[in-house]
Ligand binder design. Structure first.
Ligand code: 6PG
Length: 258
């Protein structure tokens, strides 16, 4: 299947961007039949969105299952933890069932073990009654086992950010994780941060029903043009949901060079 053309929505500022993303999240969550599997992004941009979602009516949080696209190799209460951002800005308000929070166990000393454990959780969720998506684009609810069966998990919604270097999740330019195509989760050393990261891989990202990038700020403008207009082969540019929607939710400052 050919990936659909990305849709770019430009908002006046970061607050309007967060409001637009919250509305899109809410519409999709309300429309979901049964469970709604969402992969949250890291970084600072989504914080406003999470705070808005905390006061958004009409979302049945008990059916929403929270995952992460990536995590820093730190404990859950560390200031750098992507989980901690969501816990403080969203979970503390909506109090979802603990079983619905599929945290990456990044406190594990061995990042590769943390990646394996997260992948096991994903397989358990998506195999047991979740939806998987085989290489021909057919979705199935049969428990399928990952790459062997050619099946991949299918998130209903995935939030992603983009770094000024064009990375997304923890898929950084030149990183070995970019080439991991037979696993659902990878761990990789990130030289610029002198630390490990745990991240979903491109096949998982590209089997998502709707990927929503949130990009805000003038510091992202040059890279956003390179990714969205010049189609340079940067990691963020490799996000092309095979049979899903790609939404770029950007503010005017980030869109200045589009
Ligand atoms: C992370 C993220 C990363 C982030 C971008 C944008 O763990 O840091 O997953 O991909 O989304 O770096 O970060 P900002 O939103 O802070 O600009």
């Amino acid at each position: 299947m050919n990936p659909a053309e990305p849709e770019i929505r430009i908002f006046d500022d970061a607050d309007a961007l967060a409001a637009g993303a919250a509305k899109e999240f809410a519409v999709r969550a309300r429309e979901a039949i049964g469970r709604f599997a969402v992969s949250l992004s890291g970084g600072s941009t989504p914080r406003k969105l999470y705070s808005l979602l905390a006061t958004t009516a009409g979302i049945e949080w008990a059916k929403v299952h929270f995952f992460w696209g990536d995590e820093r190799h730190v404990p859950p209460d560390h200031p750098d933890s992507n989980y901690r951002v969501a816990r403080e800005a969203l979970f503390s308000a909506i109090r979802p069932p603990e079983a619905n929070i599929h945290r990456i166990g990044a406190e594990e000393a061995d990042a590769a073990m943390a990646a394996l454990a997260y992948e096991k959780d994903l397989r358990s969720f998506f195999g047991a009654g979740g939806t998987t998506h085989d290489q021909n684009g057919a979705t199935s609810r049969r428990p399928r086992s990952g790459a062997e069966g050619g099946a991949w998990p299918r998130f209903d919604l995935m939030l992603l950010g983009m770094g000024p270097d064009g990375h997304t999740a923890s898929l950084f330019p030149g990183a070995t994780a970019l080439d991991v195509l037979d696993r659902w989760v990878a761990s990789a050393w990130v030289e610029k941060f002198k630390s490990f990261r745990i991240t979903l891989t491109f096949p998982v990202i590209n089997h998502t029903s709707c990927v929503m990038f949130l990009v805000s700020g003038a510091d992202k403008a040059a890279m956003l043009k390179r990714v969205v207009r010049d189609h340079e082969g940067l990691p963020s540019g490799r996000v092309k949901p095979e049979s899903g929607k790609l939404l770029w939710m950007v503010d005017r400052a980030a869109a200045a060079q589009l």
